[in-house]
Design a protein around this ligand. Structure first.
Ligand code: NDP
Length: 241
């Protein structure tokens, strides 16, 4: 399905990013994954069957640009980029600290933007490519106690929509996935009661797995999705219905 393609996945050391790197590698792509810690990135790359694991902090625009250029140079091209790196910290409105605003926006919004910009630059020459960014259902519908995170993910969805409009004529597709509650480190802080409440509201009656999201991303970056761009695909078991 992805034989001969070169793919980059940011935040690939665990959770959705690791599952995505594995899914793309199993589909035949040459995959490079990143994490902030080089040793963890290398370990994850070995576990995912990826070609390499590199260290990258997506808040650093110059580092993102240099890494993306380097990957495209080493492998001769860059076909697929999954801007997955992200953080989530809950805070009620009255408890939001400035530091939380800064770290959330610089990682989720600026980090995604840096990655999409660098990907577009690398893909532009070949006039082909597929980019997927990680939005969230809370970015589409809001969530009490998650105002900063929800705002950041609404921005991520609109990075995908705007970039899709701008890059379509260059043959580059940009889509977002909007997962519901996926069982990863990011959601490990949820109480059992909160998990049960979410499952109760979900028609498919379970939490999502990283593989549920990875499978959708693998479709969106494949040629099977060649007329799909600017979409925000919910992967939530029907939770928002
Ligand atoms: P995890 O916390 O399990 O993994 C997050 C990944 O992002 C790690 O690989 C981490 O790498 C990386 N990361 C965090 N900050 C940075 C940074 N500044 N620079 C580079 N890499 C960074 O999260 P999930 O797998 O659950 O989430 C992945 C994405 O999906 C996120 O964008 C998240 O917002 C989104 N999402 C998740 C949902 C869920 O329910 N789990 C629901 C909706 C959206 P390391 O720490 O090794 O550097």
């Amino acid at each position: 399905m992805l034989d001969g393609k070169v793919a980059l996945v940011t935040g690939g050391t665990r959770g959705i990013g690791l599952a995505t790197a594995r899914a793309l590698a199993e589909a035949g792509a040459t995959v490079v994954l990143t994490g902030r810690d080089e040793a963890k990135a290398k370990e994850a790359a070995a576990a995912a069957g990826a070609a390499s694991g590199l260290s990258l902090d997506v808040t650093d625009a110059k580092a993102v640009s240099t890494l993306v250029r380097g990957v495209a140079k080493e492998h001769g091209k860059l076909d697929i980029v999954v801007a997955n790196a992200g953080i989530m910290e809950d805070a009620l409105l009255g408890m939001i600290r400035e530091e939380l605003v800064d770290t959330t926006l610089s990682t989720n919004v600026a980090g995604t933007l840096h990655t999409v910009q660098a990907a577009a630059r690398a893909m532009m020459r070949k006039k082909t490519g597929a980019i997927v960014v990680l939005a969230s259902i809370v970015g589409e519908y809001g969530s009490a106690g998650q105002t900063v995170y929800a705002a950041s993910k609404a921005a991520v969805a609109n990075i995908a929509r705007s970039a899709a409009k701008e890059l379509g004529r260059s043959g580059i597709r940009v889509n977002a996935v909007a997962p519901g509650v996926i069982d990863t480190d990011l959601t490990s802080g949820l109480t059992e009661d909160a998990k049960a409440e979410n499952i109760g509201k979900t028609p498919l009656a379970r939490l999502g797995t990283p593989e549920d999201v990875a499978n959708a991303i693998r479709f969106l970056v494949s040629d099977d999705a060649s007329f799909i761009t600017g979409q925000v695909l919910g992967i939530d078991g029907g939770l928002v219905l």
